[in-house]
Design a protein around this ligand. Structure first.
Ligand code: AQP
Length: 342
């Protein structure tokens, strides 16, 4: 089916697993805010059902979900303009995921690099939910007939699988029902790397807090982490190709470019030839000026949790106006008898 048959609609999500970081902000949240202002309906989700594919302390999960909602709003998501939800309040996500569990093939799931990375050598002991994670992600997206999904580079393979599931469902049932969703992986910071190791992605689960800038870090912590970030002894080059073999330098320049909404070439035209002793304070000032207002606003919103809970409840009401008819139509296609009124 041609994409134009579907309402332009953006869906994306973040796991409420704590330690929301600069990679989540630049790779995902900032992109979500950019897309909110364009010609799309925008739906953003705290994917709590995904979070429990690995153990979560219940109290931490609740706090992290509210904190993530506060983070979305502090970063610029307007809960009137966009729909903000936590996944477990919209049951159609999990219901459609079951259908997709029956469409997706074991071999497809076994090829997922995130499954291999997260289950590691102990796959027999990993949860069934962790294995089926990409089918739930496909349901998150397709239960809205979402046409575009902004994500970081690490989610590319899951989005390819989402398209495979849509194509197989449409083919198996002889329908043109689910769209082939487009990933939107754009900008200078689609893969922000650890500040301690330029070969590793900045990640919530890294044991070293110095590896990431958390959105809850204050100005002093941000400046200190950037000052201590791993670099090399060379001055910055004047062109992007001079960064090819320098992962840590490239990462800091990418972060600067993304925060300052410039291209890497524009940044290097200004800072080429400078030593890190000069560039790092510039980056720290920029990061503090962009991130400190977000952490201050998050803290303010977290003081009013009732308001956050109401935003999520209202979001799920609005979401279900979209998801309930799409799920019902899916069940009709599959041949499930609908309930009649008694
Ligand atoms: N380092 C990153 N650079 C750019 N984008 C990133 N994202 C995550 N890390 C980076 C993007 O953030 C969105 C939400 O990610 P998530 O929380 O759903 O899952 P994740 O990718 O598993 O996050 P982490 O930090 O890497 O967690 P752990 O440590 O648990 O594995 C996605 O769009 C993702 O691309």
């Amino acid at each position: 089916m041609s994409e134009s048959a579907f309402t332009p609609r953006v869906f994306s999500g973040i796991q409420p697993t704590g330690n929301l970081h600069l990679g989540n902000y630049l790779g995902a949240m900032k992109r979500f805010v950019d897309m909110q202002g364009q010609d799309f309906e925008t739906i953003y989700c705290m994917v709590d059902l995904h979070a429990v594919t690995v153990w979560q302390d219940p109290k931490d999960l609740m706090k992290s979900t509210r904190e993530l909602c506060a983070g979305f709003i502090a970063a610029g998501i307007d809960p009137e303009q966009s729909i903000l939800i936590n996944q477990s309040q919209v049951p159609e996500h999990a219901q459609l995921a079951w259908i997709f569990n029956c469409v997706a093939r074991m071999g497809w799931m076994q090829r997922m690099t995130q499954w291999k990375d997260k289950a590691g050598k102990n796959q027999q002991n990993a949860s069934l939910g962790l294995f089926a994670y990409p089918a739930l992600m496909a349901a998150d997206i397709l239960v809205y007939h979402a046409t575009h999904v902004p994500v970081g580079e690490d989610q590319k393979q899951h989005l390819e699988l989402t398209r495979d599931i849509a194509i197989k469902f449409n083919h198996d049932y002889g329908v043109d029902f689910f769209p082939e969703t487009e990933p939107v992986i754009e900008g200078a910071a689609t893969r922000v790397m650890s500040l301690r190791d330029g070969s590793k992605k900045m990640s919530k689960s890294d044991v070293s807090d110095a590896s990431r800038i958390n959105l809850t870090d204050d100005a002093d912590a941000i400046a200190k982490k950037i000052r201590k970030a791993k670099t090399d002894p060379e001055a910055l080059p004047s062109e992007a190709k001079g960064l090819e073999e320098r992962p840590e330098a490239r990462n800091l320049v990418n972060i600067y470019a993304a925060l300052n909404e410039q291209s890497v070439d524009q940044v290097l035209a200004d800072v080429g030839g400078k030593q890190f002793s000069e560039f790092k304070p510039m980056l720290a000032d920029l990061a503090v000026s962009k991130l400190a207002p977000i952490s201050t606003e998050m803290a303010r919103l977290m003081d009013n949790q009732d308001e956050i809970d109401k935003i999520l409840a209202r979001g799920s009401q609005r979401a279900r106006e979209i998801t309930a008819p799409i799920l019902r139509k899916t069940y009709d296609i599959v041949g499930m008898v609908p309930p009649v009124s008694l």
